[in-house]
Design a protein. Structure first.
Length: 154
């Protein structure tokens, strides 16, 4: 089962889980809040979505410029430790999480937020450990030092 999941690109895992939650969103409503709450949620969602998009673009640009892969499980040509990678070993996953939360907030969808932990557990327990194993194999002590200095998430 895990091997099949690993064939699905991580961004698509976020999209698929969001889509799986939509029937619940459409059929099981939560209590209405005041207009002020709606505006805050809507605006906050837009801000999270924009921040996630900017962080994703920045991270992808760094990988593109270094001519290395962004595909989990593939060997990297170079260890990236600059830009957002100075603060987190996984800014792309952070950007996807922010964009997911942003979309949910902007559209005022509650159910997808409840499903997000499933995605994060999968990434944290399956995808990232696989990536870390490959990076340690490819870069040895350089990656080990980076691993000790920079947090997995934030």
């Amino acid at each position: 089962m895990i091997r099949i999941l690993l064939k699905i690109p991580v961004p698509w895992v976020f999209v698929l889980v969001y889509l799986i939650s939509l029937p619940l969103q459409l059929n099981i409503r939560f209590p209405e809040f005041g207009e002020g709450v709606h505006q805050v949620v809507h605006f906050s969602g837009a801000a999270f979505l924009a921040t996630g998009g900017i962080l994703a673009a920045w991270s992808l640009f760094i990988f593109y410029r270094a001519r290395t892969t962004t595909v989990p499980g593939k060997n990297s040509a170079r260890l990236i430790t600059t830009g957002p990678y100075r603060f987190s070993r996984n800014p792309m996953y952070i950007s996807l999480t922010l964009a997911y939360l942003g979309e949910a907030g902007h559209l005022e969808h509650f159910w997808p937020v409840l499903f997000l932990p499933v995605v994060l557990i999968y990434i944290n327990r399956v995808v990232i450990p696989l990536e870390e194993k490959i990076l340690l194999s490819d870069f040895g002590e350089i990656y080990s030092t980076y691993y000790r200095k920079v947090r997995r998430w934030m």
